[in-house]
Every structure is written in C-alpha cells, then in structure tokens.
Design a protein around this ligand. Structure first.
Ligand code: COI
Length: 356
C-alpha cells in the first residue's frame, strides 16, 4: 500500500466546456501522480502534485536508449455519479510484463491501481460527460540515470497524467480505412512487440506516414518474418468475422495483448459466437473478401474502443467491407463495452472498478 502525499494546485485551470470538441490527448488535468525509484531503496515518494513540466538531465537514459514503458486506460462518469475504471488490474499486470522485458523495476498490481485511483479521485471533476468522451489515463515510466552507457538505469520515475478526451479517430465510430503494410515490419517474436513501450510506436511512424499519404488512417502490420500473417494495427488489435466465425490473430509474442481484445473475445463467446485465436494469412482475408465471406472487420483498443474498418488496401487491391458501413457486431460490441464502462449495462464480469 502506497503512502501518497497530495499537494493540490492553487491555480486550477479552466476546464473544457461540455460542448467543446476535446480531440484525443491534447488537454491535461490539474494534477499528476509521481513516484521515484532508486536502486537499493525501491519505489518511494509517491505523490500527487500540480501538473507540471519535469526536469531531467539531457543525459537521462530514456532520451538515448528508450528505456520506457506506458499504459493506457480510461475513467468514466456513470449516470448515477460513480467514477468507474475499466479493468485497471489488466493494465497493471501488462505493465509488469512490459517492465520485465525492458528491465524496469516492477510495480505491484495493487500499488499501480491505487495510484491510478488516487490521481483520478483528485481530478474527478475533469471527467467529461458528453457521449463518446472519457478521461484517458496515461501511466508511464522513464529511466532517469544520467549516463550514456547502455545498461538498465538504476533510477526511474513513474508518472500518471490524465487527459479528458473524445474519440481517438477524428471520424469517431465511422469506419476507418487501413493500409496493409508489406515493406516495413513492426515486431518479431523475441523482440518487444508484446511490450507497451514507445519504441514500438516510433518504429511504426514511417509506415503510418506512408499510409496517411495514401489516404488511410492506420497501418495493419504483417508478421516480420514471412510478411504473410496478420499481426495488429498500430493502436489496436484486429478482428475479422468470416462466414459467421470471429477470428483474431493469436498472441504469438509479437502482438500487444489488448484489454479490449480480451473483453471482445469474452463477449463474443458469451453471445454464442465461435471465436478463433489463430494465425490468419492476408491471402485468407483476400479470398474471404472475394468470395463474399468477409462479413466484418474491426479494431479494438483502449483509446479507440471498437473501430469498424470499412476499407483495406493490400498492394494494389482495395477491399471494401460492409459497403464501407458499420457492421452489426461491431456496433453491438461498441454499445455493450461502452454501456458497461458507463454503468448503463449490468457488469456481469466485474470489469468496472469504482473510484471512491
Ligand atoms: C491505447 O489504446 O490506450 C493506446 O495506448 C494506444 C495509443 C497509441 C493511443
């Protein structure tokens, strides 16, 4: 259990108006959580302080070798006034796995969740209420040793910042167009693909720029060895409904184990739909599309929730899905997950956690 000191701001910022478009990750609340790590002492000095810049040596290791990790989760304001988090223990557990891979000291699940709850409680009034909005929570850890040798740092900072946000994609729930990348790769088994770390996102940018230039909003990655099997979209996991069966790439060591991915699998199974987690080749998707069996495609992610895919571009082929519209299952998943997150639908899975 952390002993968290709270220093409140004396100059609160003006909160966005309820009708103001928030965008994603552009506005930050009044406070942030910080905790330091020092070798031999462990994690210490947990505190909530006014949102502020941090000062680091230009030799801080994070700037040079990218030893950092992050997470993403959301807080919602339910109609009955409760503040709800969605499966924060899953983020805490994934953070432990990321930390292990990047030689960052672990934070116990209870401490991670306690820190998230504490800072959200302090800035509870910042949770937006308009449809499609939430308070995006970004926990992250950076290596802070002042040193240019390549080794794990012996000091770190764990910080949590909060951002009232709208939909991740400007288009909201409108279907997105996705570019299937066959030149660059994102990750290989044994690499850091299943860790949530900035390097994976830096490595994705060249392909993302290329996709944007071609008029597509995201990149769908193929495996790094054969460039044949589907992996994930940069900010989302990916699902297909083929001839009545829901299929998604199996977690093979190079794919991020998404919290929304796991929730979608559980929901689809509970609705009696067959779900397969397995290897999916791009040829299989192409053939399914040609034969009319590709019924729906959607992405899942904390930021994006459910993002229907209306168009896939692979080499010179353009596959239009559902006439470019929102599929029935994608819509049902979006309504159910956001309904549970907002406390409107009974939470039979105990996914929501109240911030008191
Ligand atoms: C999230 O969905 O929370 C993520 O971390 C993806 C990020 C690229 C916005």
């Amino acid at each position: 259990m952390l002993d968290i000191k709270v220093i409140r701001t004396t100059t609160p910022k003006t909160k966005p108006r309820e009708d103001e478009p928030l965008g994603f990750g552009r506005i930050f609340t009044d406070h942030m959580f910080i905790m330091n790590y020092t070798e031999g002492k462990g994690w210490h000095d947990a505190r909530i302080v006014p949102f502020q810049n941090i000062s680091l040596s230009p030799a801080a290791m994070v700037y040079h070798y990218g030893q950092e990790m992050f997470e993403g989760l959301k807080a919602y304001k339910a109609e009955d006034g409760r503040t709800l988090l969605f499966r924060p223990d899953m983020n805490a557990k994934r953070a432990i796995n990321t930390n292990k891979r990047l030689c960052i000291p672990e934070i116990p699940v209870e401490d991670f969740v306690q820190a998230v709850k504490a800072v959200v409680k302090v800035d509870e009034d910042w949770i937006p209420k308009a449809p499609g909005t939430s308070l995006y929570i970004r926990p992250f850890i950076i290596a802070t040793d002042e040193f240019l040798g390549v080794k794990p740092s012996s000091t770190y900072m764990f910080i949590i910042i909060l951002s009232p946000s709208g939909a991740y994609y400007e288009s909201g729930l409108d279907p997105v167009g996705i570019w299937i990348e066959d030149e660059y790769v994102r990750a290989v088994k044994g690499g850091i693909g299943e860790a949530k770390t900035g390097g994976n996102y830096a490595a994705s940018l060249a392909a993302q720029v290329k996709a944007h230039d071609e008029g597509y909003s995201q990149v769908l990655w193929l495996d790094g060895v054969e460039r044949k099997y589907i992996e994930e979209v940069g900010a989302m996991n990916i699902f297909f409904k083929i001839d009545g069966v829901v299929v998604t790439p199996a977690l093979n060591g190079s794919i991020l184990p998404g919290v929304t991915r796991d929730s979608v699998i559980q929901l689809c199974k509970s609705w009696g739909l067959p779900v397969e987690e397995r290897k999916i080749s791009i040829d299989e998707i192409y053939e399914a599309q040609k034969s009319g069996k590709l019924e729906e495609v959607w992405g899942t992610g904390t930021a994006a929730v459910i993002s229907p895919v209306g168009k896939l571009r692979w080499k010179n082929e353009v596959m239009i899905i559902q006439d470019g519209g929102i599929g029935e299952l994608s819509q049902k998943l979006y309504d159910t997950i956001t309904g549970i997150q907002l406390g409107k639908i009974e939470d039979i899975y105990n996914w929501t956690v109240e911030v008191k």
